[in-house]
Design a protein around this ligand. Sequence first.
Ligand code: ADP
Ligand code: MG
Length: 549
Amino acid sequence: MMPAGTQILVLKEGTRREKGKGAQFNNIAAAKAVADAVRSTLGPRGMDKMLVDSLGDVVITNDGVTILKEMDIEHPAAKMLVEVAKTQDEEAGDGTTTAVILAGELLKKAEDMIEQNIHPTVIAGGYRLASEKAREVLDKIATKVSMTDTDVLRKVAITAMASKSSSGHRDLLANVVVKAVTMVAEERADGSHYVDDDDIQITKKQGGSIADTELVEGVIVDKERVHPGMPAQVENAKIALIDVALEVKKTEIDAKIEITDPSQLQAFLSEEENMLRRMVATVHKSGATVLFCQKGIDDLSQHFLAKAGIYAVRRVKKSDMEKLAKATGGKLVTKLDELSKDDLGHAKLVYEKKIGDDQMTFVTGCKDPHAVSILIRGGTEHVVDEVERSLEDALSVVACAVEDGKVITGGGASAAEIALGLRDYASTVGGREQIAIEAFADAVEIIPRTLAENAGLDPIDTLIAIRKEHKKGSKHAGVNVFTGKVSDMRKENVVEPIRVGAQAIASATEAAVMIIRIDDVIAAKAGGAGGGAGGPKGGEDGGGDGEEF
Ligand code: ADP
Ligand code: MG
């Protein structure tokens, strides 16, 4: 806009700047590209992606957030879509692909409107109104669910796992998930429930089959007992948790001890032995029958512990120690001398069991009934990892359902109902915002459309059939991706917690609005790449400085 010749440079040389529609379209294109990258994975008949990182490690997954996290995305607007997936994952634990696809579609519709000279502010306003209305529609069509509706909760788990490759074992895994969540759920004063997912420990052990995956009421420590002479199982265990080594400290400096007569050597050695003996005696005296030690245990100490009939494990991870403390009610002791009977935790049964090629320690029947673990098994590392991802999704959705007490139907049913509600609503708003709200309605339908597409169905025919059912008042009509028919998703057992849908709409709208409101991109020159190292100014932006002056 400025007259030629009067251009004033306020930005550092090398700064990239893009303005107006060019900036908007560029940002939208980048964000759409991200959405397109995950589109084909949506739903039970979506495909998987194989991700290979720079070290050649392979991940095979269908999980939106995992895919986006592994992709090396650079474009700032594209990165915002990755953030959408992350937020969705944190807030609801599932629906990451949905949220990203929806954001992409909202942007695509926005692009069309910008081309028709509808101002981004109007679009943003319309989208915000639509998002609020969509939430209302969801609240209206949601049904109540309680902790005791284990049937519904299992369906929620199965729906979340349906799109993962481990879905062949979904009944077993759903049972494990529902049992785990209902065990750890704590009731609040107002009768609602709270689930702390930290209470559910997930342990993976490659080998066996997915069918061997089990729920353990307690804590699993991936360690064996240190000495075969120790009991392999201890009932009514009294558990000491210490973070000091049962070893004699080696001298820091290389000390030379000159021994002139054999009795001195004997005295020296027995002094070491006595120290270890005293340490073990302290443990024994406290009444402990099981010892978890965060540090090392000397061979001799192991021998003494075995003689005392104590089950001992060494070099336990700090995080496991903390879990054990919480589960057994024991206290982590940092000074051995201070160990007393009051510090001990309790568990009905501690035992060693061979899982795959390794021995593991199981601490069951803990004082705290909220401590549960899931032991995942599976043929290969990739299988175990993907089972973990689907279990995590299932755990979060069941937890959400328990906490919020409300579920909606999936398979595009709720999306279709939102679209219908929004079209009615749009006409009451009028003006240019009406166009944006209608565009939002069209965008939401990307969910049933993509589900149909990925199932090899005709997306347009399917969408028309779904719309017709919803117009007739079938609020739960969605696409059964297995039969290809449009039917009631309650009958098909496709149910999701309301939070997954609500969060997907909220974060997709937020990201889309943020991106379309940007009409100026000012990008600093990539730091550090150019101007040689070691200049006195150095620092993070050293690269740019070098060339400028
Ligand atoms: P996201 O990362 O968004 O969770 P998914 O690949 O897990 O993506 O797919 C979730 C979608 O699949 C949801 O819209 C859900 O309703 C749908 N879905 C799950 N099971 C079925 C089913 N049996 N029939 C149709 N749609 C289903
Ligand atoms: Mg999912």
